[in-house]
Design a protein around this ligand. Structure first.
Ligand SMILES: NC(=O)C1=CN([C@@H]2O[C@H](COP(=O)(O)OP(=O)(O)OC[C@H]3O[C@@H](n4cnc5c(N)ncnc54)[C@H](OP(=O)(O)O)[C@@H]3O)[C@@H](O)[C@H]2O)C=CC1
Ligand SMILES: CCCCCCCCCCCCCCCC(=O)[C@@H](N)CO
Length: 324
């Protein structure tokens, strides 16, 4: 009898242990450290919110920082605040990411980039039926096509002498609305989901060049852009987004920097974000065999948790309609 118990429990242990061992051997790409100190970090949307907070952190860590955004006055203000806080000079470039020639010009002037952070983004929530086509295209053009422009322009310089310079990074600011579709975000979610396809495919293409992708997924974050968004956000959008709480721009910037430095592909920012990342892991690359282990072992239960969230969201939608 005792022997039966023994073999039962050792089998119970053996299965996860062998899964762990297999994952240890097979997860790709391999882990990497992306240094920040004395390296050229180029941040779009670096004049406000999350991008500005990240620019401060990178400058503090000894990086040569370049910022790109449209409004020159806000860029200058960012430049001054970073100089004041860290003593470091930051280069600024005024360009619209929708204008490929302007982006190319700025990127060439800035010089070869080690860490490219595509953080620029616009979000105007509204039901698809109400929203003007122009606004829908605006979000796709800035968030998705703008990111293509940036990467196309920066990649040749990033690849040059990469072997001597060590690992490089392309980080893309998505959103939790880029992991799950949410009421009021049809265009925004589409633009952010698009970035995931871009990042997964691009990681295959640039791994041999020692360039590493990070996709960052913040929840609602207190920024000037978010304050604007709140003026016209549909009530249901706020109700559903509240499932993940809100963060400060500094906190999101810190998570982003850590994710970039550790070459993490999917970078969550809070606990709900971690659960979302596990639930939506799908066929995304995973460098950490430990996280891979969590993904494999909890896949079923995470699907159940996801369905519970959907049940809750559809109940809110139903309640909201019956109240009207
Ligand atoms: N705040 C939030 O709740 C969340 C934000 N995110 C994402 O994080 C990123 C940053 O958001 P946040 O800090 O809130 O944004 P802000 O609105 O505070 O800042 C946006 C930045 O992007 C720049 N930008 C906007 N449009 C363009 C353009 N066409 N060309 C060049 N630069 C542009 C802005 O400068 P200028 O206007 O001068 O061009 C500004 O520097 C976005 O991608 C957003 O989608 C993700 C999840 C949550
Ligand atoms: C199975 C586990 C599930 C875990 C919980 C899921 C919670 C999802 C909430 C999504 C919130 C999306 C906010 C988008 C913020 C944003 O991007 C705007 N502020 C505009 O930028």
């Amino acid at each position: 009898m005792a022997e039966v118990y023994f073999s039962f429990f050792s089998l119970l242990l053996l299965i996860p242990l062998s899964i762990l061992l297999v994952l240890y051997l097979i997860v790709r790409p391999k882990t990497v450290r992306v240094p920040i100190k004395n390296r050229h970090v180029f941040i779009t949307g670096g004049s406000s919110g999350i991008g500005l907070a990240l620019a401060h952190l990178c400058a503090q860590s000894g990086a040569d920082v370049s910022l790109l955004a449209r409004n020159p006055a806000r860029l200058e203000e960012a430049q001054k605040s970073i100089k004041l806080a860290t003593g470091r000079d930051v280069s600024v470039f005024s360009a619209d990411v929708r204008d490929y020639d302007a982006v190319k010009c700025a990127v060439e002037e800035a010089g070869p980039i080690d860490v490219l952070v595509c953080n620029h983004g616009v979000y105007v929530p509204q039901e698809l039926e109400e929203q003007e086509l122009e606004e829908i295209k605006f979000m796709i053009d800035v968030n998705l096509t703008g990111t293509f422009h940036l990467i196309k322009a920066a990649l040749p310089g990033m690849k040059k002498n990469r072997a001597e310079k060590g690992p490089g990074s392309i980080a893309i600011m998505s959103s939790q609305a880029g992991q799950v579709g949410i009421y009021g975000y049809t265009a925004y979610s589409a633009s952010k989901f698009g970035l995931k396809g871009l990042a997964e495919a691009l990681q295959h293409e640039v791994i041999a060049d020692n360039i590493h992708l990070s996709l960052i997924f913040p929840p609602d974050t207190e920024t000037p852009g978010f304050a604007e968004e709140n003026k016209r956000r549909p009530e249901l959008t706020s109700i559903i987004a509240a499932s993940s709480g809100a963060m400060k721009a500094d906190e999101v910037a810190l998570k982003s920097l850590k994710g970039i430095q550790s070459g993490t592909f999917m970078v969550p920012c809070n606990l709900e974000g971690f659960l979302l990342a596990v639930a939506t892991a799908g066929l995304s690359p995973q460098r950490s065999y430990l996280y891979a282990f969590v993904e494999v072992m909890t896949a079923g239960i995470m699907r159940l948790a996801g369905l519970v969230f959907q049940w809750n969201w559809f109940s809110s939608i139903e309640k909201w309609h019956s109240k009207k």
